[in-house]
Design a protein around this ligand. Structure first.
Ligand SMILES: [Zn+2]
Length: 64
């Protein structure tokens, strides 16, 4: 099978869809950096299904 640019673009689109960014409704704690997540901050789930800061999500690092 030939890997085309289109295929890679589709794969990235799927990855972005999986990354569901939300705004924190309550103040909480990030399991990655152990810092506070303030209400209104952008958060998303990591590979362990725990809410973390947008910048702390480990899923992002899986991209080539
Ligand atoms: Zn964090």
């Amino acid at each position: 099978m030939r890997i085309t640019g289109d295929l890679i673009n589709n794969w990235i689109k799927i990855r972005l869809k999986l990354k569901k960014i939300m705004k924190a409704k309550f103040t909480g704690k990030c399991v990655e950096c152990e810092d506070v997540i303030k209400a209104g901050k952008e958060i998303l789930k990591n590979s362990k299904d725990q809410w973390v800061h947008k910048a702390c999500c480990d899923l992002e690092e899986e991209l080539p």
